[in-house]
Design a protein around this ligand. Structure first.
Ligand code: GDG
Length: 505
């Protein structure tokens, strides 16, 4: 029998490789390191123990011959292997845009009416999964640990098992897992549940998601046996036994705080504030996505201006929308709705020297992002549903002076962890969000500091490295007793407790 330990070689599998590939004006391909929490956390681990990262390079099929050469040069820099999965244009459309982003993404965010259940999308999802499976079997040694990420690759373990692979395989879902009455709308619901049960460990962001998953299993299978009471449990179903756990993803807190404290960022933040002439700055930063609640948020901002005329000329909302998935019609429409609303609100309230909403439709570079986090008085983060929401954690990490108010949706995974320091809101409740903005605006400095300190402490103690460690411990630990409820580390959300919804903030 192969002995596996937390020091075994790691094979990371995700839809995208951890590199950014682009074509220069002279036609040559350029490759650079990817950014984001997952790369930051897994890069040192892969370098240290060796391993492979398998994923789609994000380029069209005609790039493939040249790509091999470019990726080879990146391997030398990264210290571990990168294995590209080349998708045809049809696979990209049906697997990535189609099944992943027109079915699973809206459904798992409870927005089933936005789903487009096209049968061919499922065929493409299955065939791309087989493509990934083939590549893994080419690379994997029996003692490797295979860690698969996210909703694009839920059926991968079952393909690997079918092909006889014996290695341990873990899976982490970065987005929420929906409750049964929503999940069961999926025409391929049994296939997905059975496939997830083929992993050895299935990780979710929160207890909410893990509970939803178990409820779905109970409805789909005759017998589901659960063992354990901690944040990692064992599930026996349909002749399989596997583990499931909740592991809230996080950020590299120390690195964020250090970067935000740089004099250059401080100066950039002062310039931003100087331009706003004594106004309090409310910040919203999101990818263009209907799950992020941008339209409701703008309506709440309009409401607060209507309700409290004393705020006119004293508050500015900086709303950054990062372009994303614009080739899907719903995203294109969403952009138009946001822009119409921004212009209506600005048209209604602007006066000489003051415009209430500053709207950016572009990505900020990293130092701009840091400077806006530092400059903001309030962060308004109101997704309709979110796996975690890293912007909320980054905003707090950047608040090196402990000043700032976080207004956060109850339906962001981050709410379970950050509820005690944030002002929690129901993002659909326009009046309630408007009240929270008003409350945040008037919150005294001392109270702001007290709350922000709590938030920062919790994120610092549960950073991205803690997250990787917790997942791998759950994968390799032998006894369930070694995994106490996560509430021991992180305050339990009263929202998702058995007592039901509690009073807010
Ligand atoms: C998925 C889940 C889960 C944003 N604007 C700019 C920018 N960003 C960066 C942020 C942050 C990231 O993008 C967004 O992360 P989120 O977590 O908020 O959201 P998703 O992209 O939807 O991520 C989510 C996450 O996976 C991890 O598991 O938390 O729930 O949906 O890091 O900093 N970066 C730059 N400029 C911008 O304008 N440079």
């Amino acid at each position: 029998m192969t002995v596996r330990s937390s020091q075994n070689r790691l094979i990371v599998v995700s839809n995208r490789l951890p590199v950014v590939i682009s074509r220069e004006p002279d036609g040559n391909w350029q490759i650079g390191p990817g950014s984001g929490g997952l790369v930051t956390a897994l890069d040192p681990i892969l370098k240290n123990r060796g391993g492979v990262w398998i994923g789609w390079p994000g380029t069209a099929e005609d790039a493939s011959p040249e790509l091999e050469r470019v990726l080879d040069s990146a391997i030398e820099d990264s210290g571990y292997e990168l294995k590209p999965i080349i998708l045809t244009n049809e696979e990209r459309d049906n697997f990535y845009h189609g099944f992943s982003n027109e079915i699973i993404w809206p459904l798992f965010h409870d927005l089933q009416s936005l789903c487009n259940f096209v049968p061919q999308y499922w065929d493409a999802y299955r065939s791309v999964s087989l493509k990934f499976s083939k590549m893994i079997r080419r690379c994997a040694r029996p003692s490797d640990y295979i860690w698969v990420h996210d909703y694009h690759l839920m059926t991968l373990a079952s393909d690997l098992r079918e092909a006889g692979l014996k290695s341990s395989i873990g899976f982490f879902l970065h987005i929420p897992f929906p409750p049964p009455d929503i999940f069961l709308k999926l025409p391929w619901r049994f296939e997905i549940l059975k496939a997830l049960a083929d992993y050895d460990l299935v990780g979710f962001q929160t207890l909410r998601d893990r509970r939803n998953f178990i409820q779905c299993l109970r409805l789909a299978f005759d017998e589901v046996l659960i063992q354990g009471k901690g944040h990692v449990i064992s599930i026996r179903v349909g002749g399989r036994e596997f583990r499931a756990g909740n592991f809230p993803i996080s950020i590299d807190f120390a690195e964020f705080a250090k970067a935000a404290a740089l004099p250059k960022i401080k100066a950039e933040a002062s310039t931003i504030r100087g331009d706003l002439l004594n106004c309090q700055l409310i910040l919203g930063i999101d990818r263009l996505d209907y799950t992020k609640g941008i339209v409701y948020r703008l309506k709440a901002f309009r409401k607060v201006l209507e309700q409290y005329p004393g705020l006119l000329g004293k508050v500015v909302l900086v709303q950054v929308v990062v372009p994303s998935r614009e080739d899907i019609p719903q995203y294109f429409d969403l952009k138009a709705r946001i822009e119409r609303l921004v212009s209506e609100i600005n048209g209604q309230f602007s006066r000489s020297g003051w415009v209430p909403i500053h709207y950016f439709f572009r990505a900020l570079n990293r130092s701009e992002l840091m400077a806006y986090y530092r400059a903001a008085d309030l962060a308004l983060i109101t997704p309709l549903k979110d796996g975690m929401n890293l912007v909320a954690k980054e905003f707090c990490a950047a608040k090196v002076d402990d000043q700032g108010v976080l207004i956060l949706s109850e339906f962001a995974g981050a709410a379970a962890q950050l509820q005690r320091g944030a002002l929690l809101v129901n993002p659909y409740h326009i009046e309630e969000v408007a009240e929270a903005i008003h409350q945040g605006f008037h919150m005294p400095d001392e109270k702001r500091r007290f709350r922000m300190r709590k938030l920062r402490r919790s994120i610092r103690d549960h950073d991205i490295f803690w997250w990787v460690d917790s997942f791998l411990k759950a994968a390799f630990g032998s006894h369930l007793d070694d995994f106490p409820p996560l509430e021991d580390y992180i305050p339990k959300s009263s929202l998702f407790s058995d007592e039901g919804i509690s009073a807010k903030a």
